[in-house]
Design a protein around this ligand. Sequence first.
Ligand SMILES: NC(=O)c1ccc[n+]([C@@H]2O[C@H](COP(=O)([O-])OP(=O)(O)OC[C@H]3O[C@@H](n4cnc5c(N)ncnc54)[C@H](OP(=O)(O)O)[C@@H]3O)[C@@H](O)[C@H]2O)c1
Length: 313
Amino acid sequence: MNDGPLAEHVLLGGTDIRISPLGIGTWAWGDRFYWGYGREYGEDDVQAAFGLALDRNVNFFDTAEVYGFGRSERLLGQALRASGKPAVVATKFMPLPWRLRRASLHRALRGSLRRLGVQQVDLYQIHWPFPPVPIERWMQALADAVEEGLVRAVGVSNYNVDQLRRAHEALAKRGVPLASNQVEYSLLQRGPERSGLLAACRDLGVTLIAYSPLGQGLLTGKYTAGHPPPGARRRRARRLGRIEPLIGLLRQIGEAHGGKTPAQVALNWTICKGTVPIPGAKNARQAEDNAGALGWRLAGDEVAALDAASEAL
Ligand SMILES: NC(=O)c1ccc[n+]([C@@H]2O[C@H](COP(=O)([O-])OP(=O)(O)OC[C@H]3O[C@@H](n4cnc5c(N)ncnc54)[C@H](OP(=O)(O)O)[C@@H]3O)[C@@H](O)[C@H]2O)c1
C-alpha cells in the first residue's frame, strides 16, 4: 500500500507538476457504448473511485473531450468540486478532420475547461497524430494555450518516435517542454520498447504515460477464455487462452509480495519500466486495488521473468 504522504510523487516530464507514479484513466466514466456506463456501474461508483484514489495519494486523472461525448470531463469536474482537494487533471484535444486551424484547438479547450469547471488544465494532450494538419501547427496552438495560462503543461498521445521528435522540437522553439506521450503499453503491448519510443521518451525527458496498462482488464486475471469480457472487448479477448501462463506468473509473483493481485503486479511492472500507468477504474474497489500497485517494487529478476513470459505470447 502507498506508504506516505506524497513521498512517492514524481515530476511530469520536465515540468514542476508533481503526480503520483500511477494515475486513473476515466474513459469508462460516462461511456455507455464501449464500457457499459449506466448498466453495471454509474455516477456514484465513479465518484467513489475518485475519492478513493485521492485518499490513497493518487492525484493524477486522465480524461478526454471525446470520452462519453464530454460526460467523462463533466463527471471528473463534479468530483473535483465535491472533493475540494487538489488534483492534477489531464485532458485531450481530438484533431477531427474538419478541425484545421489553431483556433479550433482553442475552442475545444474552452469546452473542456467549461465541462471540467476549471480555469486551467494541468496537462493538455493532442489525442492522435491524425492528418491533415501538420504536427507543428498543433504544437503552436498548444504553446499559445500555455502562454495564455489556459494550460500548465502540454503532451501528445499515440505519437511514434518521428512524430515525438517533431513535436518536441516545435515546442522547444517556443520554450515549452513536451511533458508526455500517452501510448498503449503493458505486458500485452510491448511496442513502445521494440520501436525505441520508450528510449526516445527517456532521452528527451518526456514522461511515457501508459494507457490500457491492464490490457483492458485481461491482466487482472478475472477473465478466461470461457468467461471473456463483455461487448466490444471480445476482440481483444481472443488472446485469453494464450496468456494463461503470464497470468499464472503474475499470481505467483504477487503471492511472493504478500498477496499482491495480478493487476497490482502488472501495473508495478509498467512503473519499473519508467512509465506512468493510468489504469481505468469504474468503482472504488478497482481504484483501491490499482493504488495498491504503489509503495513497493518488483525485483529485477521478477521484471525479467515477466518480460520473458510476455515475449513468449
Ligand atoms: N490516448 C488514447 O488513445 C487512449 C486509449 C485508451 C485508453 N486511454 C486512457 O487510458 C486509460 C486506461 O486504459 P483502459 O481503460 O483502456 O484500459 P485498462 O486500464 O487496461 O483497463 C481498465 C478496465 O479494466 C477493469 N479493471 C480495472 N482495474 C481493475 C481491477 N483492479 N480489478 C479488476 N478489473 C479492473 C475495468 O473494466 P471491467 O471491470 O469492465 O473489466 C476497467 O474499466 C483510459 O481510461 C484512458 O484514460 C487513452
